[in-house]
Design a protein around this ligand. Structure first.
Ligand code: ZN
Ligand code: ZN
Length: 399
């Protein structure tokens, strides 16, 4: 028998909203989540959960011991805010200039604290332990890797992991839990084009890094459109271009930054190879040189079929079968994939948008906000996934 977590979570709703609003007013950037970590550690301690702090610098880990022997299941939330100035009239708007919870990680922390509360109330009946992971620095800065490097998954080693992201373009309460690819692998690319500076009126004595960059920018657009199989998914975006100092000076260098998003390692290899070939050819042809740095930010999120079945069953129980829906894989990335390399797991999307209330701005937007009635739904979904895994995960035939 599984627990009726949804109704228990609704009772917790005021506490969940209060945690979320407290965090929303005090957002902290990657690896600086000290106030957040403190709130998490204090809240877990009150539930008689064993707490470890400073795991991966500002990360917090809680371990709830079940009353009966069994495996360990991991639940994870991320804690970092973003360098965005919030544009909101809400009474709980960010009080920190230039920093904002614009991705919903404040909600993730509140929901995981809610799941910890729900599960701790049933600890005596749990056939196994629950590891609560509050991760810093999810936004491209390597928080998952930092926690792993600090021995997060050495003792205990969980047998399964679940996580979820609030998703504002999905209606409140809809859940996506599907096997296979869910979020893309991300690489950051940095290119410095090196020409030879000179007088703006004497181009024949210089190598114009801006003219070389112009050729590079248009050539790079052919990689996805002309080299990647149209049935595959890939993105190559150049997000910044910086070069030049004055109208009459030929720029010696131009710096570019961008990102590559792919699902298949073969497609990623194709994109990176073509990138180098084009940079080589254009630089050589125009008498310039270049430096290229590629940083592998996160592998793709690919959900384990068996664990996803458990997550889906939990979702059906929490929101009903008609609210569990398929969603196209997303080109955004998530370093939950770092745990997936080691632990069979499922990363879900939980709809948090409510256009009727104006709560449907996209993630990373200065007006981002979500429907807080989703908080008990997410807390129940996480608790239910963990409980179902502990009860049923190893009872299935062949498992
Ligand atoms: Zn984000
Ligand atoms: Zn996020």
């Amino acid at each position: 028998m599984t627990t009726e977590f949804r109704s228990e979570a609704e009772v917790l709703a005021p506490q969940l909203v209060s945690w979320r609003r407290d965090l929303h007013q005090h957002p902290e950037l990657a690896f600086r989540e000290t106030r957040t970590a403190d709130l998490v550690a204090r809240s877990l301690s009150r539930l008689d959960i064993e707490v470890r702090t400073h795991v991966g610098r500002t990360g917090v880990v809680g371990l709830l011991r079940g009353g009966r022997p069994g495996p360990t299941v991991m639940l994870r939330a991320d804690m970092d805010g973003l360098p965005i100035q919030e544009n909101s009239d809400a009474p709980y708007a960010s009080q920190v200039p230039g920093v904002m919870h614009a991705c919903g990680h404040d909600g993730h922390v509140a929901m995981l604290l809610g799941a910890a509360t729900l599960l701790s109330e049933h600890a005596a009946d749990l056939p196994g332990d629950v590891l609560f992971v509050f991760q810093p620095a999810e936004e491209g800065l390597g928080g998952a890797s930092a926690m792993l490097a600090d021995g997060l998954l050495t003792d205990p080693m969980p047998a399964a992991a679940f996580g979820l992201h609030l998703w504002n373009t999905m209606p409140m309460g809809r859940v996506c839990a599907q096997a296979g690819p869910m979020m893309a692998a991300a690489d950051v690319i940095q290119v410095v084009v090196r020409g030879r500076g000179g007088h703006g009126a004497l181009p024949h004595e210089a190598v114009d890094a801006i003219a070389v960059t112009g050729q590079i920018l248009s050539a790079l657009q052919t990689i996805v459109s002309r080299n990647v199989d149209p049935q595959e998914m890939a993105v190559l975006t150049i997000g910044t271009v910086h070069g030049g100092t004055a109208f009459n000076i030929i720029a010696e260098t131009v710096a570019l930054e961008g990102t590559i998003r792919t699902f298949s390692p073969a497609v990623r290899e194709t994109v990176l190879t073509r990138l180098k070939v084009l940079l080589d050819g254009i630089a050589a042809g125009m008498g310039a040189r270049y430096d290229l740095k590629v940083q592998d930010v996160a592998p793709a999120v690919v959900n384990d079929p068996g664990i996803t079945e458990i997550a889906r069953a939990a979702a059906v129980q929490v929101v009903g079968a008609t609210s569990v829906a398929w969603h196209a894989p997303l080109m955004v990335s998530e370093d939950f994939s770092e745990y997936q390399r080691l632990v069979p797991s499922c990363y879900m999307l939980l709809g948090s948008g409510n256009p009727a209330l104006g709560l449907d701005a996209p993630h990373h937007n200065p007006r981002f906000d979500f429907d807080e009635t989703v908080l008990p739904v997410g807390a129940a979904l996480l608790a239910m996934s963990a409980e179902r895994f502990l009860i049923e995960g190893f009872a299935r035939p062949g498992a």
